[in-house]
Design a protein around this ligand. Structure first.
Ligand code: PBG
Length: 353
């Protein structure tokens, strides 16, 4: 009997053991491959499913009109002026993407030591929030409450001498969050990693009548080299003085992430986030298991850049690695993923391409 026939016999549809099977066939009670044989069977036993409801789309915005500037290190990603943004957000809403996250590239001349532009109620982010909420009210708007787009030194906090000062930064963040809530944002997402900022933001929001505004805390945010392309997009990679290791977490730590998350939940976070994503899936799993709260992961710019660059070279199948990387977050326990792939993934999930 040739090899072809023997393979056919072991895969007998009725599951009978064919007497043609030679003595090499194993007496196995359990054959894991049985349920993998056909597409229908694989869908029956599939444990996790990625849907458009899992996606949050981070977008970069710039001042002006009719502006679309490609981000060199993030092929397919552009910085958009508010008018262009509205077009894209409308499309995202049509695709069913539940929420977007706004990140501004602030004009260099508006950045200073104190991040004073952050506290102007007509700054770029506030104008973008208001425009989106007026035109596409059904999509959730998430804003970053960090300083780095506004500071001349590129740090997330106030720099006093060589120190990023904690408590003074937190006071500013709370005011910043209230401004964003006034402009209409739905979720404030502090990404600065100062101590005590979630509690301070919660109290400030409540004191100003914004009890309904949620906080998604960047609870375990690591001092990562994977943020490189994001800093290009924001124009802060050239301005950043030193690194962020005195406030962002050490990539070698995981227990510490659980303490960070516990504090943010105690202080009133509605949801927590782990960032970056793919290199930190173990942290996502531990956080979800330990707390069971809404848990998000950020597939950051460097992850997007790696996959996109390899795909552009023909080294990886871009669409397949995109979907595989996204479902991996679900498997690790995430309720949702912030990803620059969001619109593309949503299109594939909807239309199959
Ligand atoms: C800054 C901020 C960063 C990202 C989101 N908010 C970068 C940083 O901490 O330097 C990174 C996102 C990405 O890389 O996609 N507060």
């Amino acid at each position: 009997m040739n090899m072809q026939l023997r393979l056919g016999a072991t895969a007998d549809r009725q599951g009978r053991k064919s007497d043609k099977v030679s003595s090499t066939s194993l007496e196995l009670a359990t054959r894991m491959r049985r349920s993998r044989r056909t597409p229908w069977s694989r869908s029956l036993v599939r444990e996790h499913v990625l849907t458009v409801n899992d996606l949050i789309w981070p977008v970069f915005i710039v001042d002006g009109e009719g502006r679309r500037e490609p981000v060199a290190s993030m092929p397919g990603v552009e910085r958009l002026s508010v008018d262009e943004l509205l077009r894209e957000v409308e499309e995202a809403a049509k695709l069913g993407i539940p929420a977007i996250a706004l990140f501004p590239n602030v004009e260099r001349s508006l950045r200073d030591e104190e991040a004073s532009e952050a506290l102007k109620d007509d700054n770029l982010v506030c104008r973008a929030i208001t425009a989106i909420k007026k035109n596409i009210p059904e999509i959730g708007v998430i804003t970053d409450a960090a300083r780095d787009p506004y500071t001349s030194h590129g740090h997330d906090g106030l720099l006093r001498g060589t120190e990023i000062v904690n408590d003074e930064t937190v006071a500013m963040l709370a005011r910043h969050a209230v401004l964003q809530a006034q402009a209409g944002c739905d979720i404030v997402a502090p990404s600065d990693m100062m101590d005590g900022r979630v509690g301070a933001i919660r109290r400030a929001l409540d004191a100003n009548g914004f009890e309904h505004v949620q906080i998604m805390a960047y609870a375990a945010k690591y001092a990562s080299a994977f943020y490189g392309p994001f800093r290009d997009a924001l124009g802060s990679s050239k301005t950043l003085v030193g690194d962020k290791a005195t406030y962002q977490m050490d990539p070698a730590n995981a227990d510490e992430a659980l303490r960070e998350v516990a504090l943010d939940i105690e202080e009133g976070a509605d949801a927590v986030m782990i960032k970056p994503g793919m290199p930190y899936l173990d942290v996502v799993r531990r956080v979800k298991d330990a707390f069971g709260v809404p848990t998000f992961a950020y597939q950051v710019s460097g992850e997007y850049a790696m996959l996109s660059a390899a795909a552009a070279n023909g080294w990886l199948d871009g669409e397949r690695v995109m979907l595989e990387s996204l479902v991996a977050f679900k498997r690790a326990g995430a309720d949702g993923v912030l990803s620059y792939f969001a619109p593309r993934a949503a299109r594939v999930l909807r239309n199959g391409s």
